[in-house]
Design a protein around this ligand. Structure first.
Ligand code: URA
Length: 251
C-alpha cells in the first residue's frame, strides 16, 4: 500500500506538490472513481490509476545515468553544488551509487533501488569500474606492471588494477574496488599526478557518449536487464577463486 501522491510522483506525473494539485483538480481516477485526495493509500500493484483518462504505469524504482560534471559533490544533501541538484525530480528518495570525487566526471548511476546499489557496491562482488585518466607525466611499463601487481602506499593497500595506455600520459584503468581517492593515490605512489579523471563504465553499464556533462537519462530496459544479470552469482564466482580468500593451509 502506498500514498497516491507518492505513486504519481514515482510515475513521473510531477513532483509531490504538483500531483497534489492534479488530484485536487479531480483529474485522477482510482479504479474508475475520482480520487478524493492525494493522501489516500492504495495498492500500487493492483489499482488502476488514470490521469486525465490516461493510464498511469507505476514504477517502483527509477534508474538514471548521469554524466557528472566537475565541481559537484557526490551527495544527496548539502549547501554546496551536489549531483542531486542536476536531477529535476527531487520527489523520490534517489541517491548516487558510489562516490566520485568533486573534480571527477563521468558515469554516475542514480537510483532509489537500494538492493541493486548494494550489489554494485558490495566489496565481495568486485564490480569493475573503468576510468579514463590523464596524467601530468608519462606512465612507464614498470608503472603498469606495479599497478597490475597492486600498490601499497601511505598505509593503504590497493588491489591489482589494469592500466591500458592510450598515449604517454593517458590511459584507461579498471579497478575492482573503490577506496577513497584510489586512482589519485595509485598515481601519487608512482610519482605521477592525475590531471583529469572520468568514469566510463561500471560493470557492463557504459556511459552514453551522447550525454553531455550535467545531462542524464533513464537506463534502457536492455541496460538494466544486462546490469542485473551480470550481478547474478555464476558458477565461476566461487569464493575459492577470490584472491582475498586463500584457504587457511596456503596462507
Ligand atoms: N579514484 C579517484 O581517485 N577518484 C575518483 O573519483 C574515483 C576513483
Amino acid at each position: 500500500m502506498m500514498r497516491l501522491d507518492r505513486i504519481l510522483a514515482n510515475a513521473r506525473i510531477g513532483t509531490r506538490s504538483q500531483v497534489k494539485k492534479i488530484v485536487k483538480a479531480g483529474r485522477v481516477k482510482v479504479n474508475g472513481t475520482v480520487a478524493p485526495s492525494s493522501d489516500i493509500r492504495i495498492d500500487e500493484n493492483t489499482a488502476e490509476i488514470e490521469v486525465d483518462g490516461m493510464p498511469v504505469v507505476y514504477e517502483q524504482y527509477v534508474y538514471y545515468m548521469l554524466n557528472k560534471p566537475a565541481g559537484y559533490i557526490t551527495a544527496t544533501e548539502g549547501s554546496v553544488p551536489i549531483v542531486m541538484d542536476l536531477i529535476d525530480e527531487a520527489a523520490r528518495s534517489m541517491f548516487p551509487v558510489g562516490r566520485l570525487d568533486k573534480d571527477t566526471t563521468g558515469l554516475l548511476l542514480i537510483t532509489n533501488d537500494g538492493p541493486l546499489a548494494h550489489e554494485l557496491l558490495s566489496p565481495k562482488k568486485h564490480v569493475e569500474k573503468e576510468y579514463f585518466v590523464s596524467l601530468a607525466h608519462e606512465v612507464s611499463q614498470e608503472d603498469v606492471r606495479k599497478i597490475a601487481f597492486g600498490i601499497s602506499y601511505d598505509g593503504e593497500k590497493y588491489k591489482p588494477a589494469v592500466y591500458k595506455k592510450i598515449s604517454d600520459t593517458s590511459g584507461s584503468i579498471i579497478l575492482k574496488e573503490g577506496k577513497y581517492h584510489e586512482i589519485k593515490m595509485i598515481f601519487k605512489a608512482l610519482g605521477n599526478h592525475v590531471e583529469t579523471l572520468k568514469r566510463i563504465r561500471m560493470k557492463n553499464l557504459i556511459l552514453d557518449p551522447s550525454l553531455k556533462e550535467g545531462e542524464y537519462r533513464s537506463l534502457s530496459v536492455a541496460e538494466l536487464t544486462d546490469l542485473r544479470s551480470s550481478l547474478q552469482p555464476s558458477a565461476e564466482d566461487s569464493s575459492n577463486e577470490d584472491p582475498e580468500h586463500i584457504p587457511a593451509e596456503n596462507q
